[in-house]
Design a protein. Structure first.
Length: 571
């Protein structure tokens, strides 16, 4: 009894609709009992109190059982049947069809409508009417009137029961429709929240990727560019598996990245399916879906105006109509377009560098032929004349001739140096490498109100053009990471150029991060990954030190590699 009362007053977690139904049960019990007690009927006051207590106890027990078994349609239908029969017997001691408890049957109809269906509502009403009429016929009139006379005498009551049942059934249907729509809206809202979060993350990743386009084009190995594209795509779309089918490769290689090591079987299946569907993929302007090993992949061809480079694809889950799926596909299309720009730019950079080298070679050859060779020829003639007249000349004439040759040699060396400096970052006596970095730093300081220092210790001419471009990109990425992710106020950058190696240090006083946690989760940001890729492209080493609350330190060490001068190469 104590458990029933506790359950009655302290309900378990239940739906909003069930709470309303149970509240109605309590209110209807109170009101009908009140009008039964004050009503004019044959029962005495004490018998009324006893009847009310019995009905209340029965209602409490049934309410407890409804709550206990609210997830079981089978038990609910049994309880509804029992309560319908019980409600008909309540009419006997409380006044028959004139009893205030006559409309208490609405409670059972509500339960049936909410937990079962409209069919059970009508079955429940029919049982209640038949049982009530039968009880009155057997126990009240005791056969003095026929069943037809009893029914004909109470048309309004029977009509009320039928109309109330129909109204509750329709309202129940409407409520279930609203509940279904509400669940859909909740699901859509959850998807929107997730999509909004992913959009914010994707925007940050895309901003980093946009900054990385320059560093991508510096890569000379196209497979490294593709690996970086695949990693960026996986980071942005959060897909379990991402692949790039390099159709320009003779072996038609597939570079694939997944949460776990992807088997060779999966790569072969992907390659086969792509070859089978190639025509539809090639001619399609929109993403194409394929099924491989019970997994669905969405693919987009990576192409420029005049060339096809490969196919970028991701594993997709859920339905195409889902907000998150649509967002992932839109991101895939954008990344495919960006990838084509990156690969094409890399190719154009290679062509451009070859053209620049050729142009510089021609320029140097022209300058050497037009100026320096003529002076060297003049020096050769002077030396020949000096040797020819050596026996006839005195010591002063020989000294004067040698001094003239020395001065001419110095002039030729100076002109040759200026000619070679035409290929370097140093022009008109200005170190453009350092100036470009300082201009970038000044712009960042102006926009972000931070303190950034930059120092070069050593001769920057020991850096090759490729190393200078890489170092410039590393500095940009390091500053961007410190400000955007670390909220740093101070960034110190030092470039040490020594005979055996170059060392770049970027230190900020930002909030730092858990380096071990990031390494375990393998979720380096694109900024750090770009610095790593640039370092590895120069055969260098990188060390990152960071702790939460202590800032971040990045050290990049690039070895000096003495390369053999190939024939025709300009130094």
């Amino acid at each position: 009894m104590g458990g029933i009362i506790k359950e009655f007053f302290f309900a378990k977690e239940e739906s909003r609709e069930m709470k309303i139904v149970f509240l109605y049960r309590y209110i209807s019990l109170i009101f009908t009992s009140f009008f039964f007690i004050i009503g004019n009927n044959i029962s005495t006051f004490h018998s009324k109190i006893f009847i009310v207590l019995c009905i209340s106890l029965g209602s409490m027990i049934l309410t407890y059982l409804y709550k206990k078994n609210q997830n079981s349609s089978k038990y609910i239908s049994i309880l509804v049947f029992i309560e319908a029969i019980g409600s008909s017997f309540v009419l006997l001691p409380s006044g028959g069809f004139n009893s205030p408890y006559l409309l208490y049957f609405i409670n059972t109809i509500l339960i049936a409508a909410l937990k079962l269906d409209r069919k059970h509502c009508w079955i429940n009403s029919s049982i209640y009417l038949l049982a009530s009429i039968g009880n009155i016929y057997l126990f009240v009139d005791k056969g003095n009137k026929s069943l037809f006379e009893i029914i004909a005498k109470q048309p309004n009551i029977i009509l009320s029961v039928l109309l109330i049942t129909a109204a509750i059934g329709l309202l129940s249907k409407f409520t279930k429709i609203l509940q279904s729509e509400s669940e859909k809206l909740i699901e859509l809202n959850n998807q929107l929240v997730i999509a909004n979060k992913k959009t914010n993350e994707a925007m940050e990743q895309i901003m980093s990727l946009y900054q990385a386009v320059g560093s991508l084009s510096d890569q000379r190995d196209r497979s490294e560019i593709i690996k970086l594209i695949v990693n960026c795509t996986k980071e942005i779309t959060r897909s379990d598996t991402v692949f790039f089918n390099n159709i320009l490769d003779e072996e038609n290689k597939i570079i694939i990245e997944g949460n776990e090591d992807v088997s060779q079987f999966m790569k072969n299946k992907l390659r086969h399916e792509i070859s089978v569907r190639w025509n539809s993929i090639y001619n399609s302007e929109s993403p194409v879906d394929i099924i491989v090993a019970d997994k669905r992949f969405t693919m987009v061809i990576v192409r420029s105006t005049y060339n096809n480079y490969g196919i970028l694809g991701i594993e997709t889950t859920g339905y195409k109509e889902d907000i998150i799926s649509k967002q992932n596909i839109d991101q895939l299309v954008f990344l495919a377009q960006l990838s084509s720009i990156v690969i094409e730019r890399s190719h154009l950079e290679e062509v451009n560098e070859r053209l620049l080298v050729t142009e510089e070679q021609n320029r140097i050859a022209d300058e050497i032929h037009d100026s320096i060779l003529q002076k060297l020829f003049g020096m050769s003639c002077g030396i020949f004349a000096l040797i020819k007249n050596l026996e006839k000349s005195n010591i002063n004439e020989i000294k004067e001739g040698l001094n003239n040759i020395r001065n001419s040699t110095n002039n030729v060396m100076r002109e040759l140096r200026f000619t070679i400096y035409g290929m370097s970052w140093k022009k008109d006596g200005v170190n453009t490498f350092e100036v470009d970095i300082m201009n970038y730093i000044k712009e960042i300081q102006r926009l972000n109100n931070v303190n950034i220092t930059f120092k070069i210790k050593g001769n920057h001419e020991l850096l090759s053009t490729r190393e200078k471009k890489a170092v410039y990109r590393m500095i940009c990425e390091g500053i961007g990471n410190g400000l955007r992710h670390g909220n740093a106020n101070n960034v110190d950058i030092t470039l040490y150029i020594k005979s055996k190696y170059k060392l770049l240090k970027i230190i900020d006083d930002g909030k730092g991060f858990d380096l071990n946690g990031i390494r375990k989760e393998k979720e380096n940001g694109l900024g750090l990954r770009n610095i790593q890729n640039l370092t590895y492209s120069l055969n260098g080493e990188i060390d990152i030190y960071s702790e939460i609350g202590t800032g971040t330190s990045i050290e990049v060490k690039i070895p000096n590699i003495i390369q053999r001068i190939e024939k025709g190469e300009v130094v």
